[in-house]
Design a protein around this ligand. Structure first.
Ligand SMILES: [Zn+2]
Length: 157
């Protein structure tokens, strides 16, 4: 079970390869999806990881210490595993829009509307499929191709 929390400070990753479009997702006041840092010894003080596994083959998480989030803001999330097309994973990871698909953002938003609280994060590359005819779970594209794991989540009220 993952959770979400509201940040009380800007957090970022020291990894330079994390693109600048990712950074606004981790600013003070934002709600972010986290997993419990139960793999860390207590003396490290790390409570949660912001879960962004295996982007560009580099597993990473951003550590959250207890002063980095509002303890009153901790909520459970509803999560769905998705397999998405290349256009969608580029959009999710970097904010890149495909030049040849003018309705792309609407196609994604029709399934996972931000207005209803949905967010999509990159998932686990080990769950990627090299080739599939299955419709993309984000934009709905029926084109055959690679499918990449992603997670749609929203905070449960
Ligand atoms: Zn797609």
């Amino acid at each position: 079970m993952s959770k979400s929390v509201v940040l009380t400070t800007d957090v970022t990753t020291p990894e330079q390869w994390v693109s600048s479009v990712h950074k606004p997702r981790f600013l003070k006041g934002r709600r972010v999806r986290v997993v419990e840092a139960d793999n860390m010894p207590e003396e490290t003080g790390i409570v949660y990881w912001i879960d962004e596994p295996e982007v560009n083959e580099h597993p990473y998480g951003i550590a959250l210490y207890k002063e980095d989030f509002d303890p009153q803001s901790v909520r459970e999330t509803e999560d769905h595993d998705l397999l998405v097309c290349v256009d969608c994973i580029m959009y999710i990871a970097n904010g890149d829009l495909p030049e040849d698909r003018p309705d792309f953002e609407e196609e994604c938003a029709s399934r996972w509307p931000l207005a209803s609280g949905w967010h999509i994060n990159c998932g686990d590359e080990e769950k990627d499929e090299e080739f599939s005819w299955q419709d993309c779970d984000c934009c709905g594209s029926a084109l055959g191709g690679s499918r990449h794991h992603a997670i749609a989540w929203k905070t449960v009220k």
